[in-house]
Design a protein around this ligand. Sequence first.
Ligand SMILES: C[S@@+](CC[C@H](N)C(=O)[O-])C[C@H]1O[C@@H](n2cnc3c(N)ncnc32)[C@H](O)[C@@H]1O
Length: 226
Amino acid sequence: MESPELRIVETADGSKTIWNEAVGEHYHSKHGAFQESEHVFLKSGLQFWQERTGATAVNILEVGFGTGLNFLLTAEYCTSANLNLNYCGIEAYPLNHDLICQTGYDKYVNEELWKNFLNKYPLVLNEEQDCNTHCKLKIAHTRLDNFSADILFDVLYFDAFAAVHQPEMWSDQALESCCRFLKPGGVFVTYAITGNLKRSMKALGFVIEKAKGAPGKREMLRAIKL
Ligand SMILES: C[S@@+](CC[C@H](N)C(=O)[O-])C[C@H]1O[C@@H](n2cnc3c(N)ncnc32)[C@H](O)[C@@H]1O
């Protein structure tokens, strides 16, 4: 059953997202959930990092796991590229199995990956699980400010609700609480770019870069940890 506050809606590229009535915001860009996820996180984040390092294994941390779309597209890519993926998604309010089923994201990934993702949901919470031979997933059921990890990450997907709706997620303190788990040379990506965000990331010891935005947005931020 859909929660009255959470409604599945279609975006401009035909892919679905969720509208959160309480927050007043979609989980993805209304210009295209699939396109945003692919452009901002997979291409501008993981693939950018992979081209720089040539590595064959990657640890990814996501802030705001939500529907798991960023994980699914990343896991599909890693499987086909023979890249071992260890993915941790931080989520304070995990979605239920029924809502995940209604996203239609099965069409973007192979059957085995989708089934393993879904079957383990929500039992996968807080426990690292294999989704296939290349991909491990852990959903950390916690607020960002309480998150901790015993490993460091190579790439950080920062996918919080926009600052206008949830400013506390973009504070210096919130950014520091996830960026401290990024390795030197690690890549931080997010769909947004603002003066405040650029200043915060520089103060946290990152080199910042304006990258081309997803459809509907001119620019996005990519930052590399020194
Ligand atoms: C823009 S949506 C993320 C979309 C998601 N990446 C996806 O592909 O579906 C923001 C997410 O952050 C989560 N969230 C909100 N406050 C949080 C907090 N304090 N700590 C961790 N997650 C939070 C929301 O529940 C929501 O799932």
